[in-house]
Write a protein that binds this ligand. Structure first.
Ligand code: KG4
Length: 335
């Protein structure tokens, strides 16, 4: 079954073709260069760029795989959550093709895509498994019971983890997106140099990163008054350590609470090396199995949307009439 995946929830335009379990192509056109000067995603610019990028990307996908729209049996497009303008471009485009070519259309929750992204790899978890999704727009911990049944166990009460990385980067004058650069600088820094707060929130599996971000801002303001050169590497390492410690501790706590053996991660922040290493280490200590998708499937991509849409289509064996349906900015999965 050839599934066409279309993703446009934020600032990445992406198209993929999945033939049953075989990924034929996974193309992505990023917009970092457009948004960098603003220090974050500008929604209107993002939507306009999706309009420009989407059609050429789809044509390239068919050309490079020697396929055509007539070979496609199902179209899976991200319906939400995300920026409404961005979502409307990809979803309306998918609706138009589905209508003209009479191809079934499946609307996919972006979070479901991230939760299932690990199935694009050879080594896959068993249901039920825990999935920590950490990106620029969301942070949540999920219990994945099947390919279509997910329960949100906890989520951020304020900033997403990636948003905290990007905001801390901005105040250190590190360019957008800040996560990769903070992680690079942290490699040569001392993670014990500064003691930044961890929001444990009692026994809750929710997260909170806004207090941490404020604590870093206060420390940077103080240091700027005291010294002319900031210990940037130490700040990055200490900040990153606070994020990694909370994310890993709460996930392991959930695994014990729900008696789950398999732990997966996904979303842009799951590319973070320190986070991956800590999970590997803690999981091996606790007798748990850790699964992480390769980097191309961590950031926003259409392969995971094709996969989630294909599973949804096969399990539900029918599609709702999506031609009259709209996109959504917030997910029923709690983001
Ligand atoms: O899932 P994603 O591609 O899309 C959005 O949610 O928009 O995630 C992007 C986020 C950004 O906040 C970026 O700073 C963060 O993921 N990120 C990282 C790393 N690579 C990307 N954060 C920490 N360490 C990284 N290596």
């Amino acid at each position: 079954m050839l599934t066409l995946g279309i993703e446009s929830s934020c600032d990445d335009t992406a198209v993929a073709l999945l033939d049953n379990n075989r990924l034929l192509i996974n193309l992505r056109s990023g917009q970092d260069n457009i948004h960098r000067i603003f220090g974050g995603v500008v929604p209107e610019l993002a939507s306009r760029q999706h309009l420009t990028a989407l059609h050429p990307l789809l044509k390239a996908a068919f050309t490079e795989t020697n396929t055509s729209i007539d070979d496609v049996e199902v179209i899976a497009a991200t319906r939400g959550p995300g920026l409404v303008g961005s979502l409307l471009v990809g979803f309306s485009y998918a609706k138009a093709i589905a209508y003209v070519k009479k191809i079934p259309l499946v609307g996919v929750d972006h979070m479901a895509g991230h939760i299932l992204s690990v199935f694009l790899e050879k080594k896959t978890p068993s249901f039920p498994y825990l999935s920590l999704i950490v990106s620029g727009g969301s942070t949540g911990l999920y219990l994945a019971k099947s390919f279509t049944d997910f329960e949100c166990l906890g989520r951020t009460r304020d900033d997403a983890a990636g948003e905290a990385f990007d905001k801390v980067a901005k105040l250190l004058n590190i360019c957008y997106p800040g996560g990769p650069e903070i992680s690079r600088k942290a490699e040569t820094g001392n993670s014990n140099a500064f003691s930044f707060p961890r929001a444990w929130l009692g026994d809750s599996l929710d997260f909170s990163f806004s207090g941490l971000k404020t604590a870093v801002r206060n420390k940077v303001t103080l240091l700027r008054q005291q010294t002319s050169s900031l210990p940037i590497e130490d700040i990055c390492a200490s900040f990153q350590e606070a994020v990694v410690e909370v994310l890993t501790t709460k996930t392991i706590q959930a695994a014990k609470q729900y008696k789950i053996k398999d732990i997966c991660i996904g979303g842009g922040v799951s590319a973070n090396n320190s986070l991956r290493q800590r999970f590997l280490c803690l999981c091996s200590e606790q007798g748990l199995h850790f699964y992480a998708p390769s980097i191309e499937f961590c950031t926003d991509n259409a392969a995971m949307i094709a996969l989630a849409g294909q599973k949804q289509y096969l399990l539900q064996k029918k599609t709702e009439n999506l031609l009259t349906q709209d996109v959504f900015s917030r997910s029923a999965l709690g983001q």
